[in-house]
Design a protein around this ligand. Structure first.
Ligand code: HEM
Length: 463
């Protein structure tokens, strides 16, 4: 069919579909538009046309790897000045993508998680200490500390001292590691630049920020170089962590060896990709558990049965089946990496519409996760949607929180092991009470995150 795609009703010349559009909530706005306009529609913003897909049958077609491949969308391209040809920002045809994928894959299998388990337990213990000395906590902020610390230590044997910093610097800004502040600023800056690509005006508007960004990037590169140099000179040891894998390949003449610049790109990629998404996912799970006391009780009963009062072994973590369904359902409603883009490898069609080679569309994951295949009440939080019989009854491509195909998330098992371990530990140790007046508000940065979500916490009385 060549009929025009549905688009928002009020369209302005030049500016496009900007009425009713909020710069801070593009994902939530698009989910609302998908509910009105259907499984495929377009939005024109400042002369740029975005085709947005959320229908399960269309996404199934787009999952065909012989016809489609990851497209590096503008928001992702904006990160290339930081991530370069690192795994997440690489074009599939760049040789370093395949090399890094083949080299690092073995470090991300389910069984490889065994080697990260003790560090993950240790960091969860730091969260427990932190919460034990407080009666009210900012959940997303603490989950972000936890996940960054976990990827820093497991991947690169580098500690950001996330929790100890908070002890010595009680003020919010001072407690954040300078690397993290530089990283967050650079991410925000490059996102804005990518989405407002006005050459002359943009350069003027952004000149001061551009200088700040250069300084941030230099600072980050310096810290990464120090980490690599210290390891290479034998001042630090990594016990087979990701950095060891990359440096040993270079030393041993492995065909998948990565050069020095690319190794830096991979480190920063893992630090970024490895923490915000997992932090948001943990925060949403805690939000829903705290709002449904009967689910909290059911999850805790499972932890008590499988773990008792002990620190869990590696094997015991994946046995939390109900807690796993809570995570899955949280990622259904709020997939914290809310989209991915697919590009036609050659001339083809999607839903009967033609796509020329190189044309691309954006898969809106929270839209897909509200497709009619999810039943009549997609907004209802119901972990039992993930009982195996219910999963089998749905089409296989209806759930995509980790993307699709060869470019899907390499860190999926990592995120799941870490999240189950942390949720289980919290259920085992604390009673929580939500603020009844709090209404879920979602902050859209690179990822989705509950905003201003606090909990009252108290050590559980086990007597
Ligand atoms: C890719 C989601 C955790 C590392 C992706 C993609 C999604 C995603 C949707 C595909 C993006 C695209 O097609 O453009 C998530 C979610 C997470 C999570 C929802 C947590 C709940 C992690 C963790 C790590 C990680 C913990 C690392 C330890 C990566 C990398 C890629 C990726 C390196 C790029 C893979 C490639 O293209 O070869 N992730 N992720 N992610 N993720 Fe994750």
């Amino acid at each position: 069919s060549t009929s025009p795609l549905p688009h928002p009703p009020r369209r302005l010349p030049v500016l496009g579909d900007v009425l009713g559009v909020h710069a801070s909530t593009p994902v939530q706005d698009s989910v609302a538009l998908a509910a009105q306009l259907g499984p495929i529609f377009e939005r024109v913003v400042l002369g740029r046309r975005f085709v947005i897909v959320s229908g399960a049958d269309l996404v199934e077609e787009l999952s065909d790897e012989s016809r489609f491949v990851k497209h590096v969308a503008p928001a992702v391209a904006g990160l290339r000045s930081i991530g370069g040809d690192g795994l997440f920002t690489a074009y599939s045809h760049e040789p370093n993508w395949r090399k890094a994928h083949d080299l690092l894959r073995p470090a991300f299998t389910q069984s490889a998680m065994r080697s990260y388990h003790d560090i993950m337990v240790n960091v969860a213990g730091q969260l427990v200490s932190h919460w034990s000395s407080r009666d009210r906590v900012d959940v997303s902020s603490d989950m972000t500390k936890l996940t960054l610390e976990t990827i820093g230590r497991t991947g690169f044997s580098y500690s950001f001292d996330s929790f100890t910093r908070a002890e010595t610097h009680p003020f919010v800004r001072a407690e954040t590691h300078p690397f993290v502040r530089a990283m967050v600023r650079t991410l925000q800056h490059n996102q804005r630049r990518a989405l407002l690509p006005l050459p002359v005006v943009g350069d003027l508007v952004f000149r001061r920020r551009e200088r700040r960004n250069d300084a941030d990037k230099a600072f980050m590169a310096g810290l990464l170089d120090d980490i690599v140099r210290a390891r290479r000179d034998g001042e630090t040891s990594g016990d087979g962590d990701l950095l060891d894998i990359m440096l040993e390949a270079a030393r041993d003449g492995d065909p998948n060896a990565l050069d020095e610049v690319n190794i830096r790109h991979q480190i920063v990629t893992f630090l970024i990709a490895g923490h915000e998404t997992t932090s948001g996912s943990l925060s949403f799970a805690l939000y829903y558990l705290s709002r449904h006391p009967e689910m909290w009780a059911r999850a805790r009963a499972e932890v008590d049965e499988v773990w008792g009062a002990d620190t869990p072994s590696f094997e015991q973590v994946a046995k939390l089946r109900f807690v796993r369904r809570v995570l899955d359902e949280g990622l259904r409603l709020w997939p914290t990496a809310p989209g991915y883009a697919r590009e036609a490898r050659h001339d083809t069609t999607v839903g009967g519409r033609s796509m020329a080679a190189g044309d691309w569309v954006l898969v809106l994951i929270p839209g897909l996760h509200r497709d009619p295949v999810w039943g009549p009440d997609p907004e209802v939080f119901d972990p039992d949607r993930f009982l195996s019989a219910n999963v089998r009854a749905r089409p296989p491509h209806a759930y995509k929180p980790f993307g699709t195909g060869e470019r899907a998330c390499i860190g999926r098992q990592f995120a799941l092991h870490e999240s189950l371990l942390v949720l289980g530990t919290i259920l085992q140790t604390f009673d929580v009470a939500p603020d009844p007046a709090y209404e879920l508000a979602i902050e859209e940065r690179l990822t989705l995150m509950p905003a201003g979500f606090e909990l009252e916490v108290a050590r559980r009385d086990r007597s």
